[in-house]
Design a protein around this ligand. Sequence first.
Ligand code: GDP
Ligand code: IMO
Ligand code: MG
Length: 428
Amino acid sequence: MPATVLVGTQWGDEGKGKITDLVSGDFDCVCRYQGGANAGHTVIANGHKLALRQIPSGIMHEDELAVIGNGCIVDPEVVIGELDTLQGQGISCKGLRISGNAHIVMPYHKVLDGAHEQKLGKNLIGTTKRGIGPCYMDKMNRTGLRMQDMLDDDTFREKLESALAYTNPILEKVYELPTYTVDQICETYLPYAERLRPYIVESSKLLNEMLADGKDILFEGAQATLLDIDHGTYPFVTSSNCTAGGAATGSGVGPTNINRVLGIVKAYMTRVGSGPFPTELSEEEGVGKFLLDKGHEYGVVTGRQRRCGWYDAVIVNYSARINGLTDIALTKLDVLGGLDTIKVCTAYECDGVEYTTVPEHQSIFRSAKPVYTEVPGWKEDISGCKTFDELPQAAKDYIELIEKLSGVRVSLVAVGPDRNQTINRFWN
Ligand code: GDP
Ligand code: IMO
Ligand code: MG
């Protein structure tokens, strides 16, 4: 193989958790390379339903390693909560490893996230308020604390003291908020350190040793291409590199080890939070309401209703380019069943000019009006289909249209949330 990247191609929630859990049986290790507790990945298998925010979705396979890479930021409270939940369900989590270089989400990051959003007023990003932006800001500013700092109490205290010397004046003077003391944070974080200590490792070394031993690694992306800090709809994005290239920097594995990039593509579009969304439909009536209800489009982390719209081939095409996709896993195809016709956006019209690629300038993209092709729908319930041949002709045609418009083969098709509800066409 040896390393494969699995990446979201739209605005998140494409079903990355389900597909990671499904394909990870073929790998020796699943590694998350960016993001933090803003992710919400749903896994349904063996009668268990889990919503994972920090621990890689491959954790369900007990004989594999589940690595939180250096590009991630770690909320210790969330990781410990997930460990408790998983272990309560009889999953040992013995394969969990956390990079010593991953940054720690501190209580003030979450407070600053909320306060900044409030200051933005009507221009707010609609973040998950998990402290993502402020934690990555501290990383880039070189004022952050890392998991390795948790290994020694004195080092943790010392680094926290200098971090607070920088952060407290911001809390107080910019946001008029209470400040923190070292003792106050240590009271909760030092016990967290005790619990997480056994999992903290030099993960880049570990991953490279695995590759040298001929082992296979799956990199599980969180968020998605259009939420990437460089390639997404900035500023309505998250603060990390979600795209496939991020897997190399976020894990310390050289890009030459990666030979497959599996893009997770939802059969329609959704988005949570603010920002442009050309194919968005009304949430109150018609197809928008149909997708919201039938697709249960509510956030795993925040419970927020997701904005829904028709499939946007311009966006998936852009994702194929940015990520170098080799395969697509098409998800939630079952949700489209019952519609008379289905629309697919093949271009945008922006102030009288037609675009077949995502315009680089945000001001142009904001005004994009979708140009649609309309294709026949199907009435059958496809959630029990096990092969491509069992699908109704209109569903087969829809899959082939997506292949044609993206230039990438659809190797897996998900027709329901369970691990078993998946059609394997070309994935091996
Ligand atoms: P992720 O963030 O990309 O892992 O996706 P989420 O877990 O946030 O959202 C995807 C939702 O769709 C979850 O509730 C999944 O259980 C569900 N899901 C995944 N694949 C399918 C599918 O093929 N059909 C249906 N009906 N639901 C699916
Ligand atoms: P998964 O991995 C969907 C969105 C937020 C907001 C923007 C910035 O489950 O696909 P942040 O808290 O990251 O600073 O928020 O990004 N967002 C997601 N949307 N799925 C996610 O994760 C998301 N993680 C962040 O709604 O618009
Ligand atoms: Mg999600």
